[in-house]
Design a protein around this ligand. Structure first.
Ligand SMILES: [Fe+2]
Ligand SMILES: [Fe+2]
Length: 353
């Protein structure tokens, strides 16, 4: 450690430096001129500063003010050496951030004891700061790990559903991108939009509970089969609900609400308007738009314009009007997402996570 000593009197400077040298592991940095000290402090942080109060050019009080104005040196203790025992000077110095005083003529053991105490205090403070920084880093690291684990879980669940769902991975990809786009365009904030994009791929996870003969049936479903098929919303919700992972809770909300319609004619609960969670209202637009513009075994793909016209026709019926407007306001990006994420294969293939 080092102690900066500032004193215009060479003899005093020499004596103080000698006293400081006798402390363990401490080196003095001696300065005769307070202006030199100010200059030196610009590029250095001592462990303690010892100031003479009476100096020409700049007295100890002014130098103290300089030191305390510099935020970098907040944790450096300052001891003022003064011949003046007047209480008002000491109070003023304390107000300005001085930590302790030494009275001339100095008593060597007293100087050493005071310096030792202040240095020990500074060391333990630094230790606490280091520990706090270490803990903050650790918390950040663990939070990032948890976040990654949540995301990986979501990816794996989505992959599991791809094995059962005739819809391709590209559909999942596109509808997730459309969902983020709508959330951004509607002013939901980048963080929510990002979470929505990650959670949306699980909207149909409940289909793993639907029998093959219904899920994979090439033709139209009978009303009875349709009733079974519709259970995928509640099943998906049951799979994902009540998780401690926020992303899974959002995914559960989407699974339950992505087939609700704005006019209340959807399923499973027939909720209407803003009674449907925002996530469900957004994903409904993304999911339907992409289903229409994709080729499925039972239908050709609609053109983007045809799908757009369908959405507009159902504005306020199936879809939340303001969210639909937000989607359409980004039409160029919608087209780009559609073209850049074309279906590659008719059947999904497992990939490494
Ligand atoms: Fe669905
Ligand atoms: Fe879908």
């Amino acid at each position: 450690m080092n102690i900066l000593i500032v004193d215009d009197d060479r003899t005093n400077l020499f004596i103080m430096a000698a006293i400081v040298r006798r402390l363990d592991d401490v080196e003095p940095v001696s300065m005769e001129s307070p202006l030199d000290a100010v200059e030196w402090l610009r590029g250095n942080e001592p462990d303690l500063i010892l100031l003479d109060q009476m100096m020409p050019d700049m007295d100890g009080m002014e130098l103290l003010r300089h030191i305390r104005d510099d935020g970098r040196l907040d944790n450096v203790p300052v001891v003022m050496v003064t011949a003046n025992t007047a209480v008002d000077i000491r109070v003023r110095a304390l107000d300005e951030g001085c930590n302790d005083f030494l009275t001339k003529p100095v008593v060597v053991p007293e100087v050493q004891a005071r310096l030792r105490n202040l240095l020990a205090l500074r060391q333990s403070r630094a230790l606490l700061r280091d520990r706090a920084a270490l803990l903050a880093d650790e918390v950040e690291r663990v939070t990032a790990v948890l976040q990654r684990q949540g995301e990986e879980l979501v990816k794996r669940l989505s992959r599991a559903s791809e094995y059962r769902d005739p819809e391709t991975g590209a559909h999942i990809e596109r509808m997730a991108l459309y969902s983020r786009l709508i959330a951004e365009a509607a002013g939901c904030g980048a963080a929510y939009a990002q979470e929505l994009m990650k959670a949306a791929p699980m909207h149909d996870i409940g289909k793993i509970g639907i029998p093959d003969m219904i899920l994979l049936k090439p033709g139209r479903l009978t009303p009875e089969e349709m009733t079974v098929m519709r259970q995928h919303a509640a099943m998906g919700h049951r799979i994902l609900a009540n998780s401690d992972i926020p992303l899974l809770r959002l995914a559960a909300e989407i699974a339950l609400s992505h087939h609700e319609k704005f006019d209340g004619s959807g399923y499973p609960n027939g909720v209407a308007g803003t009674g449907i969670p925002l996530s469900g209202r957004i994903v409904a637009i993304a999911d339907v738009f992409d289903a229409l513009t994709s080729t499925r075994p039972y239908k050709r793909s609609w053109t983007l314009e045809e799908a757009r016209a369908y959405l507009v026709q159902n504005r306020g019926r199936h879809f939340d009007p303001s969210l639909l407007d937000a989607f359409l306001s980004r039409w160029d990006e919608v087209c780009r997402i559609h073209h850049e994420n074309a279906d590659e294969l008719a059947h999904p293939v497992p990939l490494d996570v």
